[in-house]
Design a binder for this molecule. Structure first.
Ligand code: ADP
Ligand code: MG
Length: 328
C-alpha cells in the first residue's frame, strides 16, 4: 500500500485518464411526512465526471443537494433514478468502499474515546492489522497536525472544533483511500483551522489522491480546486476548471481615452463610454497588439489592470442568473 509521503508523478490532472467518479442523470427524491406522501426533490439530474488526481469542489448554497450527492456517491443512500460509477464500479459496491475515505459534514465522534482509540476503532473496521495501525496512526496524526499526547490522553469531548475536524480527517484517511470525500471540511473552523485544513488537502493532492469536496467557503475552494461544479436547487448549473469559468489570467481591465470607437469595440467587446469622454472595457486579446493599435488611432491608456472574476463574484452571478436566493 502506498505511503502518505510518496509523491507519485502520475498525479497531474488529465482528462485522458478514465474518470474515477462518473454520474449519469442521478436523481434523488426523498419521501417525507407522516404518510410518506410528500416529496422533496433533492437532486434533479446530475451528470458529472471527476478524474484521477483532481481536487474537485462542489459548491452551492445551503439545501442545494451537495450532501445528498455525496451520500449517493458513497452508497449511503440509493438514487431514485440514474446511475454512477466510482473507480469503475457501480455506486454502493462493497469492495470499492475499501478505497474510499469520507469526512461527514458534522462528524459524530465518540466523546468518551481518545482520538487514538477512535482511530484504532476506525482501523479495526477496515481490518487493518495492529502492526500497520501502530505505524499509520502516528503518521496520520502528524499529517493532520494533532499531537500524539493529545490523541493518546485527551477524550474527544475535550477537543476543540479544529481538533475534532482533524481527527475526523485522520479517520477518513485511515485506510489510505484513493478517493476522498469531504463534506464541508472547512465549516466552523477559525482562519488558522481553515489554513491547516487547506494544507492537509494540498498534501493529499500532492500524494496523488483524488479529492471531492463540498463547500460554501469560496475563497478556500478557489485556492485548492482544479475543477468545480455549482449546484443550486438540486441542479448542476455549471462545471469546469477555474480558468474556464473565471477567465484566463490574461484578461485585462483597461481604461483610456481617445481613439476610434469602432476599432476599440473590436478589441473590447464590453466597451463603455463615460460622461467625461473616457472609456473602459475588458481586453482578452494580446496586450501588446492592443497597445500598438491604440497608439495608431491616437488613443491613450489611463489604467490597465489584470482582471479575473473571483470565484465569489462568479458564484453570485451564476446564482442570481437562476433567480435563487442564497440562504445563509
Ligand atoms: N433524509 C432527508 N429527508 C428529506 N429531505 C431531505 C433529507 N436529506 C436532505 N433533504 C432535503 O434535501 C435538500 C438538499 O439537502 P442537502 O443535500 O443536505 O443540501 P446541502 O448539503 O447542499 O446543504 C434539502 O431541501 C433538504 O431539506
Ligand atoms: Mg450539506
Amino acid at each position: 500500500m502506498q505511503s502518505f509521503t510518496d509523491t507519485p508523478d502520475s498525479h497531474l490532472t488529465t482528462v485522458n485518464t478514465p474518470p474515477v467518479v462518473v454520474t449519469s442523470e442521478l436523481r434523488k427524491v426523498y419521501r417525507t411526512g407522516f404518510w410518506m406522501n410528500q416529496k422533496v426533490v433533492s437532486l434533479k439530474s446530475c451528470s458529472l465526471e471527476v478524474y484521477q488526481g483532481e481536487t474537485f469542489g462542489l459548491l452551492g448554497p445551503n439545501g442545494a443537494g451537495k450532501t445528498t450527492l455525496l451520500k449517493l456517491l458513497l452508497g449511503i443512500i440509493r438514487p431514485t433514478s440514474g446511475k454512477g460509477l466510482l473507480l469503475g464500479k457501480p455506486l454502493g459496491d462493497r469492495l470499492t468502499k475499501q478505497h474510499l475515505g469520507y469526512l461527514p459534514e458534522n462528524p459524530y465522534l465518540y466523546e468518551y474515546l481518545t482520538g487514538w482509540e477512535f482511530l484504532e476503532l476506525a482501523a479495526g473496521l477496515f481490518q487493518i492489522p495492529a502492526s500497520i495501525q501502530r505505524q499509520r496512526i502516528p503518521q496520520l496524526l502528524d499529517l493532520v497536525g494533532l499531537s500524539v499526547a493529545d490523541a493518546r490522553k485527551k477524550q474527544m469531548r475535550r477537543y476543540s472544533k479544529g481538533m475534532l475536524q482533524r481527527v475526523g480527517m485522520a479517520q477518513a484517511l485511515i485506510n489510505d483511500p484513493q478517493l476522498i470525500f469531504l463534506d464541508e471540511p472547512m465549516s466552523g473552523l477559525d482562519p488558522l483551522g481553515r489554513y491547516r485544513m487547506r494544507e492537509i488537502i494540498l498534501s493529499l493532492k500532492a500524494a496523488g489522491k483524488t479529492i471531492f469536496f463540498n463547500s460554501h467557503i469560496l475563497s478556500e475552494v478557489e485556492q485548492i480546486c482544479d475543477r468545480i461544479a455549482i449546484l443550486t436547487q438540486g441542479e448542476l448549473i455549471c462545471t469546469g476548471s477555474l480558468a474556464e469559468l473565471l477567465g484566463s489570467e490574461n484578461t485585462y481591465y483597461v481604461k483610456g481615452q481617445g481613439g476610434d470607437w469602432e476599432i476599440l469595440k473590436k478589441w473590447l467587446p464590453n466597451l463603455v463610454f463615460e460622461a467625461d469622454g473616457s472609456w473602459q472595457g475588458t481586453l482578452q486579446a494580446d496586450y501588446y497588439d492592443f497597445l500598438a493599435s491604440l497608439r495608431l488611432m491616437g488613443g491613450q491608456i489611463i489604467s490597465i489592470n489584470l482582471s479575473r472574476y473571483s470565484l465569489e463574484e462568479f458564484f453570485i452571478q451564476q446564482i442570481q442568473k437562476q433567480n435563487i436566493s442564497v440562504n445563509e
